[in-house]
Design a protein around this ligand. Structure first.
Ligand code: TYM
Length: 333
């Protein structure tokens, strides 16, 4: 880590294979940042247990997620790639920050409201304080930038408020992190209900593209995507399904909306859906093949995540020690 480069932190939950939403909204954009910034990317397993997890599956999904990060272009030599639970500073800082976070602020978090409606039988305290842990993830590194999709923006704003309040109470210390949200792909919608975010927890498997889906599956899911009763590939209000497909096509091909409209002028939705499916499948092919190579090399992965956690802890321990001193704890050494 260098003194003059800005620091990036982001995380992803290991709750299953990444969706196309995770990929286009976040992970795809993480790789290109590695040269310009010091980057820290975490598989946030502590966050994952805020909803019930099968321990065997969680461990498998976590390893898979770690391999996927690398398959998506993250280089463990350039960036710090680690499991959140391997660096104790996250949980420790979270406690301190929870004492500068108000109950009322947490009740306003839309994700808490959504998730508690969805998991009404398990509205645990961790689900409620989840955004404080997320703030700790970011502030433990004094990160400057946080690349995320739109759904995490409210949490990031809370992290800024927590940092600001801490700074007011104890003196300037935390950097106020900025969100880094992509122009195309910040909110990929469900293929079946295009007014809803694409999410791996969707019960309808056709609603969501997983980045390890094979080409046939991807094309089939796109063919079934819900559109509208017109037959014009045009980005316009009320055409949520087509807007979503155009956004996806734009994010994987780099084409603008105008270029896409021109390309499919006079063609039907069938042709368009097939083209989107093929473009996505071809784009993800290298990710899939690199993943199958990496997931079999557990020794290599372990070497990477052990090293990643040590490097992560080195940064955060310094910051945590200063935080403890600022709040008035007696020095341990
Ligand atoms: P998670 O695991 O739900 O999602 C990981 C990233 O994917 C983005 N994303 C999407 N982007 C576009 N369209 C979608 N349909 C879509 N679905 C998900 C998310 O915005 C996110 O960037 N709380 C976070 C994880 C986290 C974190 C952090 C992120 C924990 N600590 C610190 C940044 C910094 C979460 O649950 O993301």
């Amino acid at each position: 880590m260098s003194e003059n480069k800005k620091l990036i932190f982001s995380g992803i939950q290991p709750t299953g294979t990444f969706t196309l939403g995770n990929y286009l909204g976040a992970v795809k954009n993480w790789g290109p940042l590695q040269d310009e910034y010091d980057c820290v990317y975490s598989i946030v397993d502590l966050h994952a247990i805020t909803v019930r997890q099968d321990p065997v599956k969680l461990r498998q999904n976590s390893m898979q997620a770690y391999a996927l990060l690398q398959a998506c272009g993250l280089d463990p030599k350039k960036s710090i790639l680690f499991f959140q639970s391997h660096n104790k500073c996250h949980a420790e800082l979270s406690w301190v920050l929870s004492c500068t976070t108000q109950f009322g602020e947490l009740t306003r978090m839309t994700q808490f409201k959504d998730k508690s409606a969805k998991h009404a039988d398990n509205i645990n305290a961790g689900l409620f304080t989840y955004p404080v842990l997320m703030a700790a993830d970011i502030l433990a590194y004094n990160a400057d930038l946080v690349p995320i999709g739109i759904d995490q923006k409210q949490h990031l704003e809370l992290a800024r408020n927590i940092a600001q309040r801490f700074n007011q109470r104890y003196g300037e210390f935390f950097t106020l992190p900025e969100p880094y949200i992509p122009k195309a792909g910040a909110k990929i919608m469900s293929l079946q209900e295009p007014t809803k975010k694409m999410s791996k927890s969707d019960e309808n498997p056709n609603a969501c593209i997983l980045i390890l889906d094979d080409k046939d599956t991807i094309i089939r899911k796109f063919k079934r995507a819900v559109t509208d009763s017109e037959a014009e590939v045009r980005y316009a209000e009320g055409k949520d399904g087509i807007n979503n497909l155009m956004t996806i096509y734009s994010a994987v091909t780099g084409k603008t909306m105008d270029e896409i409209e021109a390309e499919f002028f006079g063609k039907g939705y069938g042709d368009f859906k097939l083209a989107v499916g093929e473009a996505v499948a071809d784009h993800l092919e290298p990710v899939r093949s690199e993943f199958s190579r990496l997931i079999n090399d557990k020794a290599y992965l372990k070497e990477c995540y052990v090293d990643g956690a040590q490097r992560a802890e080195r940064i955060t321990q310094r910051i945590l020690t200063k935080v403890y001193r600022k709040v008035g704890f007696v020095d341990a050494k």
